[in-house]
Design a protein around this ligand. Structure first.
Ligand SMILES: [Cu+2]
Length: 126
């Protein structure tokens, strides 16, 4: 083996090393650029219903089984949160008062205010 040959070898080694380095760099950049946009997190379950302006807001909510829902009476007058099937009934809920109920069964639960029967709401339990 001549001295020249070993120099050539060193050159090839260096060149291939550079190629590997360059490839890694390109790969790294492309990986960085192709990072997928973060998947939108699922909309959180609404478990709080406001009683505001003689209405349940939101009027309809969808929750998983076993979820507790809290109604918060933001009006200054009394309301009730009364299931149409008699599953739950808050009784008179004075202004600023809250009522909670845990839905252990799935189904659709319609409710209303006994004082103002035109106030309607629904809890869908999935
Ligand atoms: Cu009412």
């Amino acid at each position: 083996m001549t001295r020249r040959n070993s120099k050539k070898r060193m050159g090839i080694l260096l060149a291939s090393g550079l190629v590997v380095l360059f490839t890694l760099l390109i790969f790294g950049i492309s990986c960085y650029q192709s990072t997928p946009a973060p998947t939108p997190s699922p909309t959180p379950t609404i478990t709080e219903v406001e009683i505001s302006g003689f209405a349940f807001v939101p009027a309809t909510i969808t929750i998983p089984v076993g979820t507790a829902v809290t109604w918060f009476n933001k009006d200054s007058v009394a309301h009730t949160v009364s299931s149409r099937e008699g599953v739950f009934d808050s009784g008179n809920l004075s202004g600023r008062a809250t009522f909670s109920y845990t839905f252990a069964q799935n189904g659709s639960f319609e409710y209303y205010c006994k004082i103002h029967p035109y106030m309607n709401g629904e809890v869908i339990v999935e």
